[in-house]
Design a binder for this molecule. Structure first.
Ligand SMILES: NC(=O)c1ccc[n+]([C@@H]2O[C@H](COP(=O)([O-])OP(=O)(O)OC[C@H]3O[C@@H](n4cnc5c(N)ncnc54)[C@H](OP(=O)(O)O)[C@@H]3O)[C@@H](O)[C@H]2O)c1
Length: 292
């Protein structure tokens, strides 16, 4: 029989986790949230009798406790449950934050629990989900040995691919995820704005650039970032890069710093691929310098 579990924090992740873990055979014995209404709603959706707005009333007999409150409240929640002796000996306490290490759960260790984190690398926009949103995604796991072991098993049972990371690497791991997702949006926004200034309406932007974006992502997947790089910088075409800088400087000066910063990083990528002479690198970096 699979271990029992409790969810504390019945929002998007907590509720979906409750549903999917239950479907995978784990015994959901209770749910707690800040408001009784959220706990009750999740309990109704998962057909669970025990729910409360006092976490330690439901956590005390669980083998696994997931604290899925907002990041800023995880530590305090773990501390309050501990103060009320709400973790059983040998329980595994996990949170799902990508940014925070498992060590914020440390108070739980005084009850004899082991601590860890399991971050599903996925965007959960609502607690409703027709299909299993954990299927095929990465679940980044860190923490104490027993907690890692249990979290890996849960991830696999949910259909995720578990990736064990170092606790002190968590911040950079999360920064990488933010760059890959949020900054990709920011980057496309920059491209769309330049296109718009060139006279192509915003509503057509994705139609125009979409195939290029998708083709580039596909190339990165196939050959990696260095070999996927095309365009004027990797060709050493300093004249074109200078024209870009001059035109953006005159038509959209507020976007120039970002263009230059990304350009300098692109020069570094091209150089690491052995595609540029030292002179070309110097010339491009000069054009792309803040006051170039
Ligand atoms: N959303 C995502 O895309 C995503 C992806 C990966 C990881 N995560 C992580 O998953 C965790 C939960 O995120 P979320 O997006 O599911 O947040 P959320 O939808 O805002 O849900 C958080 C829930 O925590 C409850 N809560 C707040 N304070 C509490 C307290 N003191 N005691 C008990 N429950 C409390 C809230 O309860 P009430 O409803 O009762 O007020 C709310 O339902 C976070 O660590 C987040 O970083 C989120």
């Amino acid at each position: 029989m699979k271990p029992s579990f409790v969810i504390v924090g019945c929002g998007k992740v907590g509720t979906i986790l409750a549903k999917q873990m239950k479907s995978s055979g784990y015994q959901l014995i209770g749910l707690a949230s800040k408001s009784l209404a959220s706990a009750q709603k999740a309990a109704e959706e998962t057909k669970t009798k025990l729910f409360s707005d006092i976490p330690w009333e439901v956590t005390i007999s669980a083998d696994i406790v997931f604290i899925t409150t907002p990041d800023g409240i995880i530590q305090e929640t773990s501390r309050k449950i501990t103060e009320n002796k709400g973790f059983k000996q040998n329980a595994v306490v996990l949170h799902c934050s990508g940014a925070l290490p498992s060590t914020i759960l440390a108070p739980a260790k005084t009850c004899g629990a082991s601590i860890g984190s399991m971050h599903p690398l996925q965007s959960f926009a609502s607690s409703e989900s027709g299909t299993n949103p954990f299927k095929g995604i990465i679940a980044a796991i860190e923490g104490e040995e027993n907690a890692i072991h249990i979290a890996r098993q849960i991830a696999e049972d949910l259909g995720s691919i578990s990736l064990t990371i170092k606790t002190d690497a968590k911040t950079l791991y999360h920064a990488a995820a933010v760059v890959a997702s949020n900054y990709l949006v920011a980057l496309q926004d920059l491209a769309f704005k330049l296109l718009q200034i060139s006279g192509i309406p915003e509503k057509s932007a994705f139609q125009v650039l979409g195939p290029l974006i998708k083709g580039t992502l596909s190339n990165i997947e196939k050959v990696g970032t260095v070999k996927a790089l095309t365009g004027p910088i990797v060709r050493g075409d300093a004249e074109t890069v200078k024209k870009h800088v001059d035109e953006i400087g005159s038509m959209a000066p507020d976007l120039l710093t970002l263009y230059r910063t990304l350009g300098r990083h692109t020069v570094n990528i091209a150089e690491s691929g052995g595609n540029l002479s030292r002179e070309k690198v110097q010339l491009l970096l000069q054009i792309l310098a803040e006051n170039g």
